[in-house]
Ligand binder design. Structure first.
Ligand code: IVH
Length: 683
């Protein structure tokens, strides 16, 4: 069995497999999938179709569900994430994660070169130059070639355990590509969200009323620290490796050789890394990267230059938590001067009014900028921006243009900026929430409708195929839809005249809308684009209230009793249900029936209990067993810790049994487990 070349996917029925056959097949699948992942994500050169890949993946998942002990630490199924943990654990680094001295001026870099020459007494030095990535720095640890743990930088000594989230990064090998891996290896790399995904993520956050991330670094760090790796696994995070923190069982003499080893092991390095020897080479390298910067799919904010010779590195050592053998040469921020021609107010999907500066078009770092968000009224007042002002603008994190400051005010009589008292789209009286101004009309404000329709049909909301931005725009513009409920009233003949539609696609959209009549509560809540309620908050609310009616009837106190729900969220939820009662009634009238969900309230008998499973059970697949206790309010996790209440032991248990014995965790058999579930189900 080899799934690396021309994989066959006509698998035998799982029931027909012996355990030994299943083990062999799982092993071959793991190797095949790891290989195809690498071809696809690292080499950008896939050799099989996505559909075939999915078949291999699903087969492995089924096998592992049937025989849980076949699941290994390097199994690609680890990439799809685990249920959320309560909080991230702390993890100590194998070696301190230092930071870098950095400068903008060429003279500082020349001084650095001179300093190193003087200290080492050598004039002919070899350097390695690399892009400086604007992402989040992480440590990844491999034991005998298998990916074990990962941590954020934290304070440089102790970070947060993000192992399960990093495992979802497709370009991270879960097993190094070598027969003879170092016994222990801790490497450092930068995790980033590609430019496009970053913009998409921010657009979604804005739509659901969350604050956008200020730059790709925050987006990557924020994402990695999310508690639900299942959600993280849907984002195309990527990683470049650039340093060895600690290694046993192998020795290198130069940094360049480390990078070459990374390539052999399948640890992704950056293709723009270069070896060079003179300062003028370094200068040229920097110019070259500045030229390429706009075309790279990820953000860089400078270059890093490192002394190649590791013995010399060691000799120089570190000072003030930065190495004396490396330095960052930052790029100038992308700044330009232009004029504010007007300040207009936009209404976002969740009703937020945002002042936007219309600018005299100007090129900043290769992109023409003609508008800039001013965030909110406080910000405009603070910077005292007025129409006609000559201003400095900057593209922060390469994406969102920002007005930094006023340089000159040619018109002495220019008016101060005020937010309107009424929504510029629907005329409703605005409400204030701290620095923010909101239109409360929600589902009945036209400016919000287009975005809300799009959001309603989005993949992670109600997943209505063919209901994209362009379709939503036309539906609102032609007044075919004036509320969410109207969507369900559309007939195929209404849709066939839309641009880009024909009979078949009109029918498909119609069918897709009709089949979105019984959404699950969490998805429906997310689909409503309630301010401050993103995908994970929607899940929290759904699990706690169980039904739409219960949530709609909840007051702020009841909401705030839930972990993770603060006054802002509570207020926003209460306000939404108060102001959109008619729109929701309307949805009910056209036949939308929101499915209830099992709650995690105190009436659930296993609330606050944590279960771990090991070995295979006779009467349940792993998922069924987990589901059984989760439905009763329990949490399930993959390893035994101080928080574990029960370890359920099946046939051929793994090392978790030893862990549980050491900790004195309560251990129960499948029979006891079955009794426990039956007792509470009956209750
Ligand atoms: S080397 C001891 N190389 O920049 C050397 N760092 O401002 C440690 N960074 O915290 C760093 N790209 O997160 C190195 N090619 C690169 C880098 C890089 C980005 C980050 C790193 C560090 C920060 C310092």
């Amino acid at each position: 069995m080899d799934f690396r070349k021309n994989p066959k996917t006509d698998f035998k029925d799982i029931e027909e497999l012996s355990e030994e056959k299943a083990r062999q097949e799982a092993e071959a699948l793991r190797e095949g999938i790891a290989h195809h992942n690498y071809r696809y994500y690292v080499k950008n050169d896939p050799v099989i179709s996505d559909a075939t890949f999915d078949k291999l993946f699903n087969r492995l998942r089924r096998l592992e569900e049937t025989w849980p002990k076949l699941r290994t630490a390097d199994s690609p199924t680890r990439r799809i994430g685990a249920p959320p943990a309560d909080s991230l654990q702390r993890l100590e680094h194998r070696a301190p994660m230092l930071s870098l001295n950095a400068a903008l001026e060429e003279s500082k870099l020349r001084e650095f070169f001179d300093f190193v020459r003087r200290e080492t007494g050598q004039t002919e030095l070899i350097w390695v130059a690399e892009p400086k990535f604007d992402g989040a720095s992480v440590e990844a640890v491999f034991e005998n070639g298998i990916f074990r743990t990962a941590a954020t930088r934290g304070d440089g000594h102790v970070g947060e355990d993000i192992s399960e989230n990093l495992a979802t990064v497709r370009t991270l090998p879960l097993r190094l590509h070598t027969e003879k891996p170092p016994t222990s290896l801790a490497v450092r790399g930068e995790v980033f969200l590609p430019q496009k995904a970053f913009q998409e993520l921010n657009r979604k956050r804005l739509e659901s009323g969350e604050e956008p991330y200020a730059n790709p670094r925050n987006a990557a760090a924020g994402t990695l620290r999310r508690l639900a790796s299942k959600i993280v696994s849907r984002l195309p995070l990527d990683i470049f490796f650039y340093d060895i923190l600690a290694i046993d069982g192998e020795d290198f003499s130069s940094h360049w050789k480390e990078l070459e080893a990374f390539d052999r092991w399948g640890l992704k390095t950056n293709p723009l890394n270069r070896k060079l020897s003179t300062f003028s080479d370094l200068s040229d390298y920097r110019q070259e990267l500045i030229r390429q910067r706009g075309d790279l799919p990820y953000e860089i904010d400078g270059i890093v230059v490192k002394l190649d010779d590791l013995a010399l590195q060691k000799e120089l050592g570190a000072r003030h938590r930065s190495p004396r053998w490396a330095m960052a040469w930052k790029f100038e921020p992308k700044r330009e001067v232009t004029v504010i021609e007007n300040i207009v107010v936009q209404v976002g999907t969740s009703g937020m009014l945002t002042p936007v500066a219309l600018l005299q078009p100007v090129e900043v770092g290769g992109v023409t900028v003609s508008r800039a968000t001013l965030h909110n009224e406080r910000e405009v007042r603070h910077k005292d921006l007025r129409v006609g002002d000559k201003v400095r603008i900057e593209r922060a994190g390469d994406v969102i243009p920002e007005v930094v400051e006023v340089i000159e005010r040619p018109n002495k009589y220019a008016h101060k900026f005020h937010m309107p008292e009424k929504c510029p789209s629907c005329g409703a009286k605005v409400v204030r929430e701290g620095a923010y101004v909101l239109c409360p009309a929600g589902l009945s404000c036209k400016a919000q409708l287009r975005g809300r329709i799009r959001h309603y049909g989005a993949r992670d909301a109600l997943d209505i195929d063919h209901l994209g931005t362009e379709t939503a725009r036309q539906l609102v513009q032609r007044e075919l839809v004036t509320s969410l409920a109207d969507l369900y009233r559309l007939q195929p003949q209404d849709l066939v005249n839309l641009e880009g539609f024909a009979e078949k696609s009109a029918r498909q959209l119609y069918d897709a809308i009709q089949s979105a009549r019984t959404p699950r509560l969490d998805r429906f809540l997310h689909a409503l684009a309630i301010r401050h309620v993103g995908q994970s908050m929607a899940q929290v609310l759904a699990r706690n209230f169980g039904s739409l009616n219960k949530l709609a009837a909840a007051d702020e106190n009841a909401l705030q009793r839930i972990d993770g729900v603060g006054p802002e969220i509570a207020c926003s939820v209460v306000r939404f249900f108060r102001d959109n009662r008619r729109a929701l009634d309307d949805l009910r009238k056209v036949g939308v029936e929101v499915r209830t969900m099992p709650t995690r309230k105190s009436e659930l008998p296993l609330q606050n209990k944590t279960f771990v499973f090991t070995g295979s059970l006779d009467g349940y697949t792993r998922t069924e067993a987990e589901q059984a206790v989760e439905d009763l309010g329990a949490r399930t996790t993959s390893s035994v810790s101080g928080q574990t209440d029960f370890l359920v032991v099946g046939d051929n248990p793994g090392s978790k049994l030893d862990d549980a014995r050491k900790r004195g965790t309560r251990i129960i058999s499948e029979t006891e487990f079955r009794k426990l579930v039956a007792r509470f189900r009956g209750a």
